[in-house]
Each structure stands twice: as structure tokens, then as C-alpha cells.
Write a protein that binds this ligand. Structure first.
Ligand SMILES: [Zn+2]
Length: 464
């Protein structure tokens, strides 16, 4: 057989294999899709002795327990001693009656946008942005946040590096680019970039994969499916105006119901859901009518809207923004004015969420500030203004994990998160005290003596 013929035959075999779907996705397109969760912990065994458990579900601590972690899961929890297998190296952690709790979850995070300023985001080299995001991801994990839901930004590369163990960081549930209309929240173009010619080169934000512009149901479908192809675990659209975006007043509704519905249909066909950025009653109500499952923010909602959210069983993923967050925007700017208008709605939103028992998820949405990010735990503790410490901690663990589970089979980390129970994924914190009595322990990472994610120990201050 001639070389040419052989090559031709080889090519047709590959083609046939591709057509038949015989090649694993990972082999054909290693850059795409979700990498498997870290396997480095496969053989690791850790025994926590004499710990009191906050299990993420009930608001009380257990009595003294022993907890065995094997690989990336919690294997057993016992009141009596758990024998150590002499044939396996076991890391022993003497808890001394301290609290073992699930790793914290932040449901509104932008891994790529925490540290850079808005100007840096739009102008800096993507390599630089990735390295800075990697450093921040490590800090995020070392604050006890073992999982984040990324609701907009080019996080796929960072996620992969973390999952492969190249960078220490939290689990990331990525949305990929947030999808916006022309002039909507996420459209950071300059006026000279308008009009957009279909088929013309993309704007900077689109090239980065930070935000994609879509102005019809068909365009929305393309953009949604692209994010799903890249490994999005859920889809994020911006249904109304936003604070940080220069061309979207807060009061506007952006996508039409038909456009929102196109996104919902594409996500639903893929087994997952759409969450939308929305502050106002009109934008929230339209999103719900289109089948959206989760509302981000909701700070300007009214009573009928709160009632609707509750009746339809829609999730509210909201935040208690600190006033300093407005400092990212110059005094006198419209962005700063919008920030203050949103912040003013916080108390009312929490009151409505409580009154109507809305399924509420905790998140921070920290942007453009490394120093604010260092206060991530403090922003969680701040929720005790509206909820008890126990309710707050349950929200940041088990409740948040319930919302993560809406990703169904697109969940990149199959297994139970947000709880301390047998069989759950081993994302654990050993707290130097009782966080239910003193939630301030969560504010300063020095009180987190052990930080474990996926069965791997990232910090052990008790090691002698
Ligand atoms: Zn956000």
C-alpha cells in the first residue's frame, strides 16, 4: 500500500470514528469542556478526630465525632473511634472539639474580574488577567470558599488549571460569557464602535469571552450554545440595566421575552438552566415568564414581584453590597449613582425575601477590588443583620449547593456539596471555635485551621 493510500485510509478511519462519536471528547478537543475534578487526592486518607460538626443543614453543632475522608469523599462519620488502616498513610487531625463544617460557597462570583479595574479588564493582556485571577482564586480558597459559581467571565481556562491541580483555587461552576443586548449590562463598547456590522470583528469584551452581544432569539441561541460547548454549567443573561455598564440605565428591560425564551430553551435542551441579572420588577417578571430559574440581585423588586418569585419557586441569588463597592466608580459618575440606588434597595429586598420565604442564595459579586475580596467572609457575616448566624451559614453551604445542583448533568463536580455527611464531597473547614455562636470567626481566615477541598488539604495550621 502506498504512503498516500495509507494516509488516506488512516484519515477516513479518524473521520469515521469522529462521525460515530467513538473518540472521547477529551481526546478530540482537549481544550474544550469540563476537565475532571482533581484526582490527586485519589489515595489520600484523612481522619478528623474529636470534632463537632455543623453539617450545613441544621443550625446546631453535633457532639464529638470522628470523620474519615478517603479520596475526595467523606467515607464515615462516627461517635466512636474509627480504626486506622495501617497499610494506608493516614493524616490525623486532632480537632480538639473544634467545629468541622462544609466549605463555603459564593453563588455570585466573577473569577476573572475580582482584582482588575474595569479599565484593566478592557485593555490588559489576557495572560496577565489569567495569572491575576489565578492568584485571586488561591486567596479565595484560602478564605474557606471551596466553590464559586462564576456568573460571567472567561473562567474556563482558570477552572481547568484548578481542576488539574496546576493552581490552587475553588471549584468553579462557570457560566462563560454573560450574554447581553446591544447597550445592555455587559456591553462595554465605546460609542465609536457603533454600528455593529454583523460578521465584523468582535468587540474586546467579546474577544475575551467576558460578555457576548446578542440581539435576536437566533443570536441568543448561538451565544448560549457556544457557552455550553465551552463547558458552561449554567447560562447567564442580563435581563435589565446594570451598575458597572456605561450604556444601560437601571430601569431598562433589555432582552425581549422571546429572546429570553430562546436562551431558556437552549439551556433546557442541554439539561441546565438560565439565571439573569435583574433588579427591577419588570425585568424580573419578564424573565420568570420566559422560564428563567434564578434571579441575580433583585434589589429593586416590589411586593407583587417577590410574591411571584416565591409562588413560582424561583431562586433569588442576592447580595448585601458594602457601600465601599461604589468606590470603584468616580464621584459624580452615573455608575456611582446607580450603585447607590441599588444599595438602597438591600433592606427591602431581604425583608421581602424573608416575608415570602423566597429560596435565597448567598453571594457577594465582588468586582474590581482585591481588598474588598479579602472581606468575602465579612460580607457573609454581614447577613446576620437579616438572618441568624445559623441561617446564614446554612445558606452559604447546603442551600447554595441546592441551587448548584440545578446544573443537573452539566454539574462539573458530580457529588454532594455543601454538607458534612457520609458520601458527600470532602470540602471541609476546621474552625477554631463555634461559628454559630460567633460568626465573626468566618471573617478572618486565621480561624480556619484546616481547609480541605476535594479531599486535599490546602491548609493545616495544626500540623506540628
Ligand atoms: Zn455580577
Amino acid at each position: 500500500m502506498s504512503q498516500k493510500l495509507k494516509r488516506g485510509k488512516y484519515r477516513s478511519v479518524i473521520l469515521a470514528a469522529l462521525l460515530l462519536g467513538l473518540c472521547r471528547a477529551g481526546q478530540v478537543q482537549p481544550a474544550l469542556g469540563a476537565a475532571p475534578s482533581a484526582t490527586a487526592a485519589a489515595g489520600a486518607v484523612t481522619l478528623f478526630q474529636n470534632v463537632r460538626i455543623f453539617d450545613g443543614k441544621s443550625g446546631t453543632l453535633s457532639g464529638s465525632r470522628n470523620v474519615l475522608v478517603r479520596g475526595n469523599k467523606i467515607e464515615s462519620i462516627a461517635t466512636g473511634p474509627i480504626p486506622i488502616d495501617p497499610s494506608t498513610a493516614t493524616v490525623l487531625i486532632d480537632g480538639g472539639g473544634r467545629t468541622l463544617m462544609p466549605g463555603l460557597i459564593d453563588m455570585h462570583w466573577h473569577t476573572m474580574m475580582v482584582r482588575p479595574t474595569p479599565a484593566q479588564l478592557l485593555t490588559a493582556d489576557i495572560g496577565y488577567l489569567n495569572l491575576v485571577a489565578g492568584a485571586e482564586a488561591t486567596d479565595t480558597l484560602m478564605r474557606g470558599f471551596t466553590t464559586v459559581r462564576d456568573v460571567g467571565g472567561p473562567a474556563f481556562g482558570l477552572k481547568r488549571a484548578i481542576d488539574e491541580g496546576a493552581v490552587a483555587g475553588p471549584r468553579i461552576f462557570p457560566s462563560g460569557a454573560m450574554i447581553t443586548v446591544t447597550s445592555g449590562h455587559g456591553d462595554f463598547r465605546q460609542p465609536f464602535e457603533v454600528p455593529r456590522t454583523l460578521g465584523a470583528p468582535q468587540s474586546r469584551g467579546e474577544q475575551l469571552g467576558a460578555a457576548m452581544i446578542a440581539d435576536s432569539p437566533d443570536e441568543v441561541r448561538v451565544r448560549v450554545r457556544e457557552q455550553l460547548m465551552l463547558g458552561a454549567s449554567q447560562i447567564k443573561l442580563t435581563a435589565g440595566g446594570g451598575v458597572a455598564s456605561p450604556h444601560s440605565p437601571l430601569d431598562v428591560s433589555t432582552f425581549t421575552e422571546a429572546e429570553l425564551r430562546a436562551a431558556v430553551e437552549a439551556a433546557d435542551n442541554w439539561g441546565t438552566y438560565v439565571t439573569v441579572h435583574a433588579y427591577t420588577p419588570a425585568s424580573i417578571q419578564r424573565a420568570i415568564a420566559a422560564g428563567v430559574k434564578c434571579i441575580e440581585h433583585g434589589h429593586l423588586m416590589d411586593e407583587p414581584t417577590a410574591k411571584l418569585i416565591a409562588e413560582k419557586g424561583i431562586w433569588l441569588s442576592t447580595q448585601a453590597f458594602p457601600d465601599e463597592m461604589a468606590d470603584a466608580f468616580p464621584p459624580g459618575s452615573s455608575e456611582r449613582a446607580k450603585a447607590l440606588e441599588v444599595f438602597a434597595g438591600t433592606d427591602r429586598t431581604f425583608a421581602l425575601a424573608k416575608k415570602y420565604k423566597i429560596k435565597t442564595a448567598f453571594g457577594t459579586d465582588i468586582l474590581f477590588s482585591e481588598s474588598l475580596a479579602q472581606r468575602q467572609g465579612e460580607l457573609l457575616a454581614k447577613w446576620t443583620r437579616w438572618y441568624t448566624a445559623a441561617e446564614t451559614l446554612v445558606m452559604a453551604t447546603e442551600t447554595n449547593a441546592e441551587l448548584l445542583a440545578l446544573s443537573g448533568k452539566r454539574n462539573p463536580y458530580p457529588g454532594k456539596l455543601g454538607v458534612v455527611e457520609e458520601g458527600a464531597l470532602a470540602d471541609l473547614l476546621l474552625v477554631d471555635g463555634d461559628p454559630i455562636t460567633d460568626i465573626k470567626l468566618i471573617e478572618d481566615p486565621k480561624h480556619l485551621l484546616v481547609i480541605m477541598k476535594d479531599g486535599m488539604i490546602y491548609k493545616n495550621a495544626l500540623r506540628k
